[in-house]
Design a protein. Structure first.
Length: 135
């Protein structure tokens, strides 16, 4: 017959439970320590891809360009989404959408505004009496 593990181990705790006995204090502490260690390992494994994505970032330049900074942040958020647990996806997705909207708005303003703004400026220029006389 096999030798039983002594009290104060997770195996002894399971044995207590299997025999419908209340576990002793030493067994409860052993299982709590075991579960705590498992949670810490899981948290470290979940955080590892995010840490790697942030570690790949280049050092900060003297002048910060808002659009390039937002693009870099978007890259980090996208990498984090790939490795994130399901409960973290909503917040990351919201942040990703904010970054996409910011980048799109900043890119439009750099190009001289949206198409509707460019058409309005062209119309105003064509309806201006000073521009008509010179044409």
């Amino acid at each position: 017959m096999r030798e039983l593990k002594p009290c104060g181990t997770p195996a002894a705790y399971r044995r207590h439970k299997r025999h419908h006995e209340p576990p002793c204090e030493a067994c409860r502490e052993a299982v709590a320590k075991y579960k705590r260690g498992r949670r810490q390992v899981r948290k470290r494994l979940e955080a590892a891809p995010v840490v790697l994505a942030v570690a790949e970032a280049a050092p900060l330049p003297d002048e910060i360009d808002a659009v390039s900074d937002a693009r870099e942040n978007l890259r980090i958020v996208t990498a984090a989404m790939a490795a994130a647990p399901p409960q973290a996806l909503a917040g990351l997705s919201r942040r990703r959408q904010e970054l996409v909207d910011f980048i799109a708005g900043a890119t439009k303003s750099e190009e001289g505004g949206s198409l509707s703004e460019q058409l309005a400026a062209l119309r105003n220029r064509n309806t201006d009496p000073e521009n008509r006389e010179s044409a």
